[in-house]
Write a protein that binds this ligand. Structure first.
Ligand code: BDR
Ligand code: CA
Length: 316
């Protein structure tokens, strides 16, 4: 089983993604690190501990960054994830103790524990990954794969979800995102281009509720999120953001990817906007020629992602 570490800001869809990974027989979820985003850091850390207890996972959980690496703290989107980050379901504290290391330290230690084997899946702003890269510049050689949910590249004409240009995770810490994009490691970005195509409708939610105890819990937690996307966006359900990154890790054939240089805008009204350039050497005015090429998801077999999610929860 492939070891994976999830860096996350739970968050309703983060909770679903953690369950998806924890219940998959194909990966071994070995650690979780928290970051601010869908709620303040104290809340996302509390939620990570609560979820680990609920899903009966015996793994370390470390607290991470409370703001972007430039010190900017975004206001939490309580209207999307509720005041408690988990849809106002009042998550219980559980019995899990917080690790003594910071998130960045746990990322580095876990990569050293599983050299060239670990997959890091980042489901929030990328502050912890940036801090881990600063802590150990050899991290890129230690990890087998990095998959992040974030960004939007215009493959499907999708706008940003926190500004007209930017997706929430890259907007939360664009300097960290750009550092992750500039790093030469095996990186795949799962952005709104594909997550907005994968909609969990009422029939999928009901099937999730019936699949298992974990599914029934996620049904309750996702009610608030479902209402937000129906009322505010007129969607017939809600988009599968963070679980799409897990789905990519479990079965990359469900996605079409494009290879190119990636960039995050860091300042001003375009803060957090992400750019994909397939042929950076020909666009000399962009000065991207030295950037490594990465995979960005451009299309998805959405029904198959939803089926994989359902089968995984059902089997648990
Ligand atoms: C991303 O932002 C957060 O609200 C979600 O958990 C997801 O990681 C979607 O833009
Ligand atoms: Ca998230």
């Amino acid at each position: 089983m492939r070891p994976i570490l999830i860096d996350t800001d739970p968050g309703i869809d983060d909770a679903m993604a953690i369950a998806f990974a924890a219940r998959s027989p194909a990966v071994d979820l070995v650690a979780i690190t928290s970051v601010a985003g869908n709620a303040p850091i104290a809340t996302t850390t509390y939620n990570a501990l609560s979820l680990v207890s609920r899903f009966e996972l015996d793994i370390p959980v470390a607290r991470g960054a409370g703001c972007a690496i430039d010190g900017v703290a975004s206001a939490p989107p309580t209207f999307v994830h509720g005041d408690d980050g988990l849809g106002n379901t009042a998550p219980v504290a559980g019995h899990h103790e917080l690790a003594t290391e910071s998130a960045a330290e746990l990322i580095v230690a876990t990569a050293r524990r599983f050299p060239q084997q670990l997959a890091i899946v980042a489901l929030g702003q990328l502050s912890n990954l940036a801090l881990a890269l600063r802590l150990d510049p050899s991290l890129p050689e230690l990890v087998a794969e990095v998959v992040i949910m974030g960004g939007v590249f215009g493959f499907a004409g999708e706008p940003g979800n926190v500004t007209p240009l930017a997706e929430a995770n890259t907007h939360g810490d664009p300097l960290a995102a750009d550092l992750v994009f500039r790093t030469a490691w095996p990186l795949t970005v799962v952005g709104l281009d594909v997550t907005m195509q994968t909609i969990m409708r009422a029939k999928h939610r009901t099937a999730m509720q019936r699949a298992s105890d974990t599914g029934a819990y996620l049904y309750d937690v996702s009610a608030f999120y479902d209402r937000f996307y129906r009322d505010r966006h007129g969607l017939d359900g809600f988009p599968v953001h963070d679980s799409s990154a897990i789905a990519y890790l479990l079965d990359p054939t469900l996605f079409r990817t494009r290879r190119g240089a990636l960039l995050a805008h860091c300042y001003g009204p375009s803060r957090g906007q992400t750019l994909f350039v397939a042929d950076p050497a020909t666009h000399t005015q962009l000065s991207l020629a030295k950037r490594p090429l990465h995979n960005a998801c451009s299309d998805v077999r959405a029904d198959d992602v939803l089926a994989l999610f359902h089968e995984t929860l059902k089997a648990s």
